[in-house]
Write a protein that binds this ligand. Structure first.
Ligand code: MEV
Length: 313
């Protein structure tokens, strides 16, 4: 038997970085992510096609260390052994789209199923956070929460809830192709906060108000409010030093192509932007934009959280 699990990547609509400092973020699952397949094997090993890496879970290569730490803890706690895990990803890695969280969640679910076990939401969250902490020290947990639960999520510390938008809406994702290190970017914002505490407080407070306003706006279908809030956040993220000339250029082009709101998503420093089109002709806008920026796609919000199934090998 082969045990499959698929977990979504995510975008942050509003509030990245501020969420690390206890403020809220709004995040949405993507309609694509990471698929893990687990099967019986003589030794515990992981293979990641996207990273071109393969290693024993007990002796991980650097790129697979975070994931292997999560798996090792699960296998140790349950006294399980004898599993091969293969990961395939449909989202770019190190691009701010939550691939590490989606990999951990999908792999943990597939491995538990391989041994006839089950992880409840809290257990899954805690095991996946082992990997996230190894990736960047001080994660808010939003990526893991969205990979598990999917949907459109309001996330502020332990306060987490689904937001039900007025109707399902498309979000455009466009990637620079530049990989970056989330831990370094989090440290950059912490340094900004240390040097300019008053300014940081003003922006964090404004961000929080905008997130709260946007929850209502999304529920009522006032997408122009969300687009304007995205633009505010881009400005603040840029001033805190986590945007880049490549991200700024993508944001400018997206706005020029008709996406009323455009901002970087995730930690910044490379990675991707998102664009929100508030009119009906978003497909034409995407086609025009993609002609120049082929590394772009549309995803629909809300999308599903982790799912699992099995096949005969
Ligand atoms: C999350 O994708 C991006 C950051 O907000 C870090 C985090 O929330 O853990 C920068």
């Amino acid at each position: 038997m082969r045990f499959h699990a698929r977990a979504p990547g995510k975008v942050i609509l509003l509030g990245e970085h501020f969420v690390v400092h206890g403020n809220p973020a709004l995040s949405a699952a993507l309609d694509r992510g990471v698929e893990a397949v687990a099967e019986e094997s003589n030794e515990d090993i992981v293979i990641s096609r996207a990273l071109g890496a393969e290693c024993p879970i007990a002796r991980p290569t650097p790129s697979l260390t975070p994931l292997c730490l999560s798996l090792r803890q699960l296998l140790g706690d349950r006294s399980w052994n004898g599993v091969k895990v293969i990961l395939e990803t449909a989202i770019p890695v190190s691009a701010g789209l939550g691939s590490s969280a989606a990999s951990a969640v999908a792999a943990l679910v597939a491995v538990a199923a391989r041994f006839g076990g089950h992880l409840n939401g809290d257990e899954l969250y805690e095991y996946a956070m082992v990997s996230e902490r190894a990736v960047h020290g001080n994660p808010s947990g939003v990526d893991v929460y969205v990979a598990i639960n999917g949907g459109l999520v309001y996330f502020k510390g332990k306060k987490r809830r689904q937001v039900v938008p007025y109707k399902r809406f498309p979000i455009m994702v466009s990637c620079t192709g530049i990989e970056r290190n989330t831990g370094e970017l989090i440290a950059r914002v912490a340094e900004f906060r240390r040097k300019a505490p008053d300014l940081f407080r003003t922006w964090a407070t404004s961000s929080e108000r905008l997130v709260e306003d946007c929850v209502k706006a999304l529920e009522e279908g006032r997408m122009d409010v969300v687009a304007e809030s995205m633009n505010f956040h881009q400005q603040a993220l840029k001033a805190m030093g986590v945007s880049t000339p490549e991200l700024d250029a993508l944001v400018r082009e997206a706005r020029g192509a008709g996406f009323a709101g455009a901002k970087l998503t995730g930690a910044g420093g490379g990675g991707c932007i998102i664009g929100l089109h508030t009119g009906a002709d978003y497909q034409a806008a995407l086609d025009a934009f993609r002609a120049k920026r082929p590394n772009s796609f549309l995803s629909y919000v809300p999308s599903e959280g982790v799912s699992s199934w099995s096949t005969q090998s």
